[in-house]
Design a protein around this ligand. Structure first.
Ligand code: MN3
Length: 200
């Protein structure tokens, strides 16, 4: 059984950048729904129930065909949101350090250029989806976006940063202003947690 992870902070802790109502609905309703649907889909497959969500997503195309859509959409939703909660913090460290800082500067020249490119990818995603910074199997960094709940693990990449650009992530506070949501989001992005994803 997959379970809803607890947050390390209160729903109002990311104010004013992300409002408490959005956080609560997003965590208790949206994330919970993905987990419930994933668990329901796995009822038919007891031998897969003990697999981690990482394992399921990495091996998506080897799963039984009738299970794949549920893992792609609801398993992806579970993994992606779990990462999203973890890389945000009210006590965020606002800049990368060490190896990750060096890697970002080697790839994008400066942190500001990286942030610009990532933000453009988030604005360009048509409809619902995510924008990612990933580490590839070749140990390079890449920015891209995915539709719906598609997860970089399925593409063979390791997600370092994931930004939810579904309207449910920002609509209550920002309505249609996705650009403002993305701009404000960097204030709560915790680079210490991202460094941990990078070195893991
Ligand atoms: Mn979401």
């Amino acid at each position: 059984m997959h379970e809803l992870p607890k947050l390390d902070y209160q729903y109002n802790a990311l104010e004013p950048f992300i409002d408490a109502q959005t956080m609560e609905v997003h965590h208790t309703k949206h994330h919970t729904a993905y987990i419930e649907k994933l668990n329901t889909a796995l009822e038919k497959y007891p031998e897969l129930q003990s697999k981690t969500i990482d394992d399921l997503l990495k091996n998506l195309t080897n799963l039984p065909a009738d299970l794949q859509p549920a893992v792609q959409n609801n398993g992806g939703g579970h993994y992606n949101h779990t990462l999203f909660w973890k890389i945000m913090s009210p006590n965020a460290s606002h800049a990368p350090q060490g190896d990750l800082k060096a890697k970002i500067e080697a790839t994008y020249e400066t942190l500001d250029i990286f942030i610009d490119q990532f933000s453009v990818a988030g604005l360009s995603r048509f409809g619902s989806g995510w924008v990612w910074l990933v580490k590839t199997p070749e140990n390079t960094l890449k920015i891209y976006s995915t539709a719906n709940q598609d997860c970089p693990l399925t593409l063979g990449d390791t997600p370092l940063i994931g930004l939810d650009v579904w309207e449910h992530a920002y609509y209550l506070k920002y309505q249609n202003r996705r650009a403002e949501y993305i701009k404000n989001w960097w204030n709560v992005l915790d680079w210490k947690a991202i460094e941990a994803n990078f070195t893991a």
